[in-house]
Write a protein that binds this ligand. Structure first.
Ligand code: NAP
Length: 481
């Protein structure tokens, strides 16, 4: 198959591929050159309500499907993803811009999530708890929560859905998904894949169009018992408020502002490697990206020298070109935001050691950038950059590093490089983050619970916790035994 075969220009509602009721469409562009690659329906409330009705109708049958049948479907879904990895990755690069190798990696990790939850589904165990009185038994049982609404961002348009779709399908929850408008095809491809492997009609629905209308219909519907959202903290807060009216369970994977702390005793080369992958993957547009690099005074200059050398050597270009390490940014707003961070840092005495401007390639390409002399007063100290800009701060003591690292409302991922075991434990206890990478800049893995604390979110994706989020717990008291 070719990537075009996966480029569904319609919505999947109740097993049918359909357009918007109004016939309206939205153009989807390739950020590498601004060309229109296709269109998707501009759907809204009515279409979403039909998708929710189809999902509700499918719930009982799907939840009642024998466990091994559900697991086998997930295995087939995993195989389908890997069989079509090349085409799906090409589609992802064309609509999102990331280098093809990264897109292939994204499809692969999505498939790993599917396999993980195919395995975890068999361990959705309840328990029998000792009762306090004779003649009584206490059973705790697990049940699928019901229809799940999913809203996902553009930066990982395939794998952000994988972490939601896989556990939902594993336990028997039908889905209504709304992918980001900038990158809808990778989301619609999940509908096509589910159809290919034989999920019952109505189990997987994908709707594109107005975020407010689609999300509004999901939030208003009592039948949608859970909302899982990945995106900005601002929108996440709004959805938490809206969820109150029907008391939905919510999972929120929100923004980050990851500190990347390098101590004097670190393995310098490993720290620089980790910094590069953590900072520049996906052109800096990941929620777990190193946002602030705190480097201890004794290793600061050596670290900066190596970081700058590697940053200057990065190949920027169309993600489909061989050897490209950084693609275009998603849109002009994203470029302008990075420019604002650069201007603010410059105005406050920061030094732009490399990069700092739009790339000569034009469009939304931006130079990989390193700023030194960063301070806590600069905007990026508290805001998420979401671009290829690495600010380097200098610090003296461990206490100071922990204090600066925690000085944000965000608490998603953080990183630290040290060879001192005691310090590694102190960091684990002192850093207020949901995920901590010690001597690693790349920590996402299916076996672990991915998620943030503070304003970075609620709930976990991956690990055994990622299944729990799609289950309700019931308790049965059996008396008179
Ligand atoms: P966003 O603007 O919040 O959009 C995310 C999704 O929400 C999109 O599908 C968007 O639809 C939809 N949306 C927008 N406004 C909405 C509204 N008022 N009501 C309901 N839905 C709405 O975020 P983004 O710019 O796409 O993604 C970047 C953000 O996501 C960053 O903050 C990043 O840190 C975060 N992120 C977090 C994680 C994590 O796991 N914690 C992972 C990846 C990204 P449209 O596309 O139609 O606008």
């Amino acid at each position: 198959m070719a990537f075009q075969d996966w480029m569904k220009q319609a919505n999947l509602i109740g097993g049918d591929w359909v357009g918007a009721d109004s016939g309206a469409t939205i153009d989807v562009t390739n950020p590498a050159d601004g060309s229109v690659i296709g269109t998707v329906p501009k759907a809204g409330r009515a279409e979403t309500e039909r998708a929710i009705a189809a999902a509700s109708a499918a719930f009982e049958g799907f939840a009642g499907m024998p466990l091994m049948e559900r697991c086998n479907l997930l295995w087939k879904l995993h195989d389908a993803l890997m069989d079509h990895q090349a085409d799906l990755a090409e589609l992802l690069t064309i609509e999102m811009g990331k280098p093809l190798a990264e897109a292939k990696g994204e499809i692969a990790i999505g498939a790993q999530y599917v396999r993980w939850f195919a395995e975890e589904a068999r361990r959705a165990k309840g328990e029998i708890v000792p009762a306090g009185v004779n003649g009584r038994r206490i059973l705790v049982t697990k049940h699928p929560i019901g229809v799940v609404g999913m809203i996902t961002p553009w930066n990982f348009p395939s794998s952000m859905l994988a972490r939601k779709v896989a556990p939902a399908l594993a336990v028997g929850c039908p889905i209504v998904a709304k992918p980001a408008t900038a990158t809808p095809f990778s989301g619609l491809a999940w509908g096509a894949l589910a159809e290919e492997v034989g999920y019952p009609k109505g189990v997987m629905n994908v709707v594109t169009g107005s975020a407010r209308d689609i999300a509004g219909a999901m939030m208003d519907a009592f039948a949608v018992r859970k909302i899982t959202f990945t995106g900005s903290t601002e929108v996440g807060k709004e959805l938490i408020r809206q969820s109150a009216d029907t008391v939905k369970k919510v999972s929120m994977e929100l923004g980050g502002n990851a500190p990347f702390v390098v101590f004097d005793d670190a393995d310098l080369d490993a720290a620089v490697e980790g910094a590069m992958v953590s900072k520049f993957r996906n052109a800096g547009q990941t929620c777990v990206c190193a946002n602030r690099m705190y480097v201890q005074a004794g290793i600061h200059d050596a670290f900066v020298e190596k970081l700058v050398e590697k940053t200057r050597a990065m190949k920027v270009g169309d993600g489909l070109e061989a050897g490209v390490e950084q693609g275009p940014m998603i849109d002009m707003d994203a470029v302008e935001k990075v420019e604002e961070f650069v201007a603010d840092a410059k105005a406050q005495g920061g030094e732009i050691v490399t990069g700092g401007a739009r790339h000569a390639k034009g469009g939304t390409y931006f130079e990989p950038t390193v700023v030194t002399g960063a301070t806590q007063a600069m905007k990026f100290a508290t805001e998420e950059i979401f671009g290829p800009l690495a600010p380097v701060f200098k610090f003296e003591t461990e206490e100071e590093a922990i204090e600066m690292a925690n000085a944000t409302v965000f608490g998603l991922a953080c990183y630290a490089y040290t060879r001192d075991l005691g310090r590694a434990f102190r960091l684990n206890e002192g850093l207020q983050y949901g995920m901590i990478g010690i001597n690693s800049g790349l920590i996402t893995t299916v076996e672990a619970p991915f998620g943030g604390v503070k304003e970075s979110g609620l709930g976990k994706e991956g690990g055994s916790q990622g299944l729990e989020d799609y289950l309700e717990t019931k308790y049965v008291c059996i008396d008179g035994i």
